[in-house]
Design a protein around this ligand. Structure first.
Ligand SMILES: Cc1cc2nc3c(=O)[nH]c(=O)nc-3n(C[C@H](O)[C@H](O)[C@H](O)COP(=O)(O)O)c2cc1C
Length: 100
């Protein structure tokens, strides 16, 4: 991780999680995300008929509205799952064991 990305990560961790999430998506859309090098061919894999350059994917919940899958693929993920896309977004709720 570059110094700039380490600094940005530290700053994001000081924010409300929903604000940090939104800001991260905006930064990615603005082209401020990291760019990974080419994957070693040994990492190439096939999943459900899809050829992936590596087997590490981003789970749904981060790119809820399919806004930043390009930047996340450039950051090095082998695949990105988007969603859930919904016309009726709701604020996040805290799960059991959360202190907030
Ligand atoms: C449609 C969909 C939406 C999801 N949205 C969220 C989310 O908003 N926040 C979250 O923490 N996990 C969400 N998840 C679950 C994550 O994708 C992931 O499975 C979970 O965070 C556990 O990740 P881990 O196994 O790497 O710890 C969602 C999963 C699906 C299938």
């Amino acid at each position: 991780m570059s110094f700039v990305h380490a600094l940005a990560t530290r700053a994001l961790r000081g924010l409300d999680p929903e604000d940090a999430h939104g800001l991260a998506i905006q930064a990615l859309k603005a082209g401020l995300g990291p760019v990974a090098g080419r994957d070693d061919p040994i990492l190439a894999t096939e999943l459900c008929g899809l050829k992936l350059s590596n087997p590490v994917g981003l789970a749904p919940g981060f790119d809820k509205n399919a806004e930043a899958f390009g930047p996340m693929l450039r950051a090095g993920f082998g695949f990105v799952e988007c969603g859930t896309v919904t016309p009726c977004p709701r604020p996040a709720t805290l799960g059991p064991g959360s202190s907030g």
